[in-house]
Design a protein. Structure first.
Length: 199
């Protein structure tokens, strides 16, 4: 399965990979909207889930997001490269995007995934179920223990900050901060001609 995935990724163009990414996130976003019609008392519950609280967003979203990326960078420096190899997906996508494109794509990913997993699933079914489902969706990391442990830990952290703040913007901001910084690192490494990173 791992080899098939790697071969499939190599055979896909950058445009095809970006299209796959956008389609998968559109599916998650649409699913969260549709499910909210059935599981929420009112569609306006989305408004109640998102609060603009700058200090909370900084304390639980941006600062921890930066810390996660710093830990990731340290681990990438000391661990063998193959432990952080996701099959080349992140490199192929992010190395060929502009800084602005990385911001847009990472924001879309953070919104789509957090709306579904935290906004709908965690709000309705609880923290543990949402966190495990988020990890399962990132199944491509299953054969990479370091990446899979990172995703599981991140999933539980995102669920935890949502649980303690009751503010969906917090995990969205944390998720976005992590993805955009790692995306920029991958892009920067290409610019410097250095090799690869992982997001």
């Amino acid at each position: 399965m791992r080899n098939r995935q790697a071969e499939l990724i190599k055979s896909m163009t950058i445009t095809q990979l970006k299209q796959q990414l956008v389609v998968s996130q559109l599916i998650l976003f649409t699913l969260s909207v549709v499910l909210s019609f059935f599981l929420f008392e009112s569609f306006y519950q989305w408004v109640d889930l998102m609060k603009w609280e700058p200090w909370v967003l900084l304390k639980f979203g941006i600062i921890p997001g930066v810390i996660v990326v710093l830990i990731d960078v340290i681990l990438m420096h000391f661990l063998p490269k193959h432990t952080y190899d996701d099959g080349g997906i992140n490199e192929k996508i992010f190395q060929n995007l502009s800084i602005i494109e990385i911001i847009i794509i990472c924001l879309f990913i953070a919104i789509a995934e957090e709306m579904l997993f935290r906004g709908v699933i965690q709000t309705t079914f609880g923290y543990v179920i949402a966190s495990f489902l988020f990890a399962i969706v990132h199944i491509r990391y299953l054969y990479k223990p370091i990446l899979f442990i990172s995703v599981v830990a991140l999933s539980f952290y995102l669920g935890y900050i949502y649980m303690i703040t009751s503010n969906l913007l917090v995990p969205i901001i944390a998720h976005f901060t992590i993805d955009v910084l790692l995306g920029w690192i991958i892009r920067y490494q290409k610019w410097r001609g250095e090799g690869n990173g992982s997001c």
